[in-house]
Design a protein around this ligand. Structure first.
Ligand code: MG
Length: 383
């Protein structure tokens, strides 16, 4: 039984080590909404809302999530008894169907409290809820997402050094006009031995001949996948019929019903699963199980999370059907100083260790640093 007693929202601003450019724009620091969640048994955890400062990837932003959590979700869940994290999810999904990133920050926090309550690591707890549970993996494979660079040779250089660092998969951001030449230069630089993929973040249109020609030309580079070049399931279905490279969906998948429709239409053959995008872990596990049943590979995407958000992603990626490397870079990829005491690290083989010996989120939070970085703070308790 879990009953929340208070939720503190904090906004921090954390400078990125290098600006990150995608088809949606450039970010050079991350405004992050963190939650500190307490329950009536005296347990507490941190969680992270993955919404970005501006709308683009999603309609939800740091500001909209701040408002909906503080004015609606927190007052709605505090003092309410939940038998399990799944029951909390059912309540949140019913009451706040569209606020997926906002409610995921609470729902995933409830799973972390569930880990403390059951004395199981978060990875073991999530695995015990999968349709075909396994002993969770001790390591997950890390891939890197490389933002757009000024020109093809700068991008190729950046990717070559990522390959040397040990990453198991390299993903580059593309947009119309920054694609075929760039991908060719990167493939030349990294060789054919490494998994390479591209992400268009919905910047292409099936209506534009030049866009289609470019996407078809990408078949020549032995890519593992082309991620979300277009806007909807129908247009991806038309594209998948014309190319041999598997399409992977990100933005278009917000629930299991989206995956069902994707399968019906053959819109894509791989799913990028981000728990914040689908409302949290309960829906993530359901999507994972559905993809496993349908033979569709799944990997864990990233939203430039801090070490707190990464802890949740690493636990999720320990599920059996996360068969491809995720966007799970070590802390040093993004931050000069992460907000956890021991930064996430990657070994030379491109693996990140799952903290199976720890309960809760499995990492120690640097509260003094968070305190220093906090620009606003608000606590909601039971009236
Ligand atoms: Mg993506």
């Amino acid at each position: 039984m879990i009953c929340l007693s208070s939720i503190t929202l904090r906004e921090i601003s954390l400078p990125l080590k290098e600006p990150f450019r995608t088809a949606d724009g450039v970010v050079d620091h991350r405004r992050v909404l963190l939650l500190e969640i307490h329950d009536k048994s005296g347990r507490s955890t941190w969680s992270e809302c993955v919404a970005e400062a501006t709308a683009g990837y999603s309609d939800e932003t740091v500001d909209t999530c701040w408002r909906v959590i503080s004015e609606q979700i927190a007052p709605g869940v505090i003092g309410r008894d939940f038998e399990s994290p799944g029951e909390a999810d059912a309540f949140l999904a019913l009451e706040f169907p569209r606020a997926r990133m906002a409610r995921a920050a609470i729902e995933m926090g409830v799973w972390a409290l569930g880990s403390l309550e059951t004395n199981l690591s978060l990875a073991a707890l999530l695995n015990s809820h999968a349709r075909h549970p396994i002993v969770p993996r001790s390591h997950v494979a890390a891939g890197i997402a490389v933002g757009m660079q000024n020109d093809a040779s700068a991008l190729a250089e950046r990717c070559r050094s990522a390959a040397n660092e040990g990453y198991r998969r390299i993903k580059i951001k593309i947009s119309p006009g920054r694609d075929v030449e760039y991908v060719g230069a990167v493939r030349n630089a990294v060789g054919i031995g490494i998994s390479l993929s591209v992400d268009g973040n919905r910047s292409y249109s099936i209506e534009r001949d030049d866009d289609l020609t470019a996407l078809e030309a990408l078949d020549d580079f032995d890519l593992s996948m082309i991620e979300q070049p277009l806007g909807d399931l129908e247009s991806h279905s038309a594209l998948q019929r014309r190319i041999s490279t598997p399409v992977c969906l990100d933005e278009s998948i917000t629930s299991t019903s989206d995956v069902e429709r994707m399968l019906q239409l053959d819109s894509a053959r791989i799913v990028n699963l981000k728990p914040g995008r689908v409302g949290g872990f309960t829906e993530s596990i359901a999507i994972h199980d559905l993809c496993q049943n349908s033979g569709v590979p799944v990997w864990c995407g990233g939203m430039n999370e801090t070490g707190i958000g990464r802890a949740y992603n690493v636990a999720l990626a320990s599920l059996p059907h996360f068969t491809l490397p995720g966007d799970l870079s070590p802390s040093s990829r993004y931050w000069n100083e992460d907000i956890i005491s021991e930064p996430w690290t990657m070994d030379r083989l491109g693996n990140i260790e799952v903290p199976l010996d720890n309960i809760g989120i499995g990492v120690e939070v640097n509260t003094a640093l968070i305190e220093r970085l906090t620009s606003r703070e608000h606590t909601i308790t039971e009236p």
